[in-house]
Design a protein around this ligand. Structure first.
Ligand SMILES: [Zn+2]
Length: 79
């Protein structure tokens, strides 16, 4: 199956960071794989929809698209 292509359209910083709780989990890594606090909400434009990603700090640097987006646009900067 081809990898779904998506484009980041905004990254909103959560201050302070919020612990994961209930349905409020790290979308990027999943409940089982990640217990870190969430530091940002990213909106990703896919082919058909905008997806909301709640993410921890490491994702912002390990995900190439996120790192590139932040380097260019910074936080809280919708197009
Ligand atoms: Zn995570």
């Amino acid at each position: 199956m081809p990898k779904m292509k998506s484009t980041i359209i905004s990254v909103i910083r959560l201050e302070p960071a919020k612990p994961q709780e209930g349905d409020w989990i790290c979308t990027a890594h999943g409940r089982a794989a990640c217990t870190r606090d969430l530091v940002a909400v990213a909106e990703l434009q896919t082919k058909d929809a905008v997806q909301t990603y709640r993410v921890c700090e490491p994702w912002l640097s390990e995900n190439g698209d996120a790192a590139a987006y932040l380097a260019e646009h910074g936080y809280d900067n919708r197009p």
